[in-house]
Design a protein around this ligand. Structure first.
Ligand code: A3P
Length: 298
């Protein structure tokens, strides 16, 4: 498990963390009642969840908060505005009170598609899926795990966690199976699953932001586009802006993790600074094997 700190910030053993995660997963699988207009952000850990949470929140609430100088994202970490079902909402209570969530509700999860309850799969709720190339995902995960790991445990060794990553021993199972599950669903159900890669969002943010807004059912009007709304949202949610905010430099979100741990370098290709040629070959080979039929590539 990459989590060594529980939601109260207390140290806990790997087993306690797994139990904590499992409890949240089972509770939301059993008790979450999806509404047709719900939107769930689904991500592989460390693929840019924080960024997409901010973006989806800003898109969905644009008419409520059109002033970026008075925006909730200036004083709240994105993880406190778009809540993780299994890591936050369904942890304390098996059946939490969701009446305070205004529709359309926006939630987040790391669960693989195969673990989704029928309440979601059989409803008209929509899924925005975000993933990132396995090399950067792994390096980001490694840094994050070491940041939140109690000092007394000592740092994780890159080679050890690399081996686990390759074997699919991760919080949400195999990285490749996770991606493949949503890729297949997105091909079959275009209206249900929006499949996005971190690298695509970095390269063409304007195009993808507009596509996201359309998918979510709140496309920007011509007038909004003329007023530069897309640009404003992108600037509001940018890495430089969010990571410079006081709340993200010193605060702690409901996840129990310090907000600054969610911001590191935000670069595509940072893996080149850490992975050996053998490690890269290994990840490429697993990807080729897993994605052979789908022709999915990073
Ligand atoms: P790096 O560790 O490569 O820097 P998650 O949000 O899923 O935990 O993923 C964290 C990764 O997203 C980190 O990557 C982090 O720096 C990056 N990130 C956080 N906020 C971002 C933003 N606003 N824009 C782009 N990347 C962001």
């Amino acid at each position: 498990s990459s989590l060594e700190v529980n939601k109260n910030g207390k140290l806990s053993s790997g087993e306690e963390n797994k139990a904590f995660f499992r409890r949240g997963v089972i509770a939301w699988q059993q008790h979450f009642q999806a509404q047709d207009i719900d939107i769930l952000l689904v991500t592989t850990p460390k693929s840019g969840t924080t960024w997409l949470k901010a973006i989806l929140f800003a898109i969905e609430n644009w008419t409520r908060y059109p002033d970026t100088n008075q925006h909730p994202l200036l004083v709240n970490n994105p993880h406190d505005l778009v809540i993780f079902l299994e890591l936050q909402l369904y942890v304390d209570k098996q059946v939490p009170d969701l009446t305070s969530f205004t529709s359309p509700r926006l939630f987040a999860t790391h669960l693989p598609f195969s673990s989704f309850p029928e309440s979601v799969t059989c409803s008209a709720s929509k899924l925005v899926y975000l993933c990132r190339n396995p090399m950067d995902t792994f390096i980001s995960l490694h840094h994050f795990a070491n940041k939140i790991r109690p000092r007394s445990f000592g740092p994780n060794i890159l080679e050890d966690v690399f081996d686990m990553f390759c074997r699919g021993v991760c919080l949400c199972g195999s990285f490749w199976d996770h991606v493949l599950g949503y890729w297949k669903e997105s091909l079959e159900k275009l209206q249900k699953v929006f499949f996005l890669k971190y690298e695509e969002m970095k390269e063409e943010p304007i195009i993808h932001l507009k596509r996201l807004a359309e998918f979510m059912g709140c496309p920007f009007s011509l007038e909004e586009e003329t007023l530069g709304v897309v640009d404003k949202i992108l600037r509001l949610c940018s890495f430089n802006h969010l990571s410079s905010l006081e709340v993200n430099k010193n605060g702690k979100s409901l996840t129990g993790v310090e907000n600054k741990a969610f911001f590191r370098r935000s670069e595509v290709g940072d893996w080149k600074n850490y992975l050996t040629d053998e490690m890269v070959d290994c990840l490429v080979q697993i990807g080729e094997q897993k994605f052979v039929e789908s022709r999915l590539k990073f």
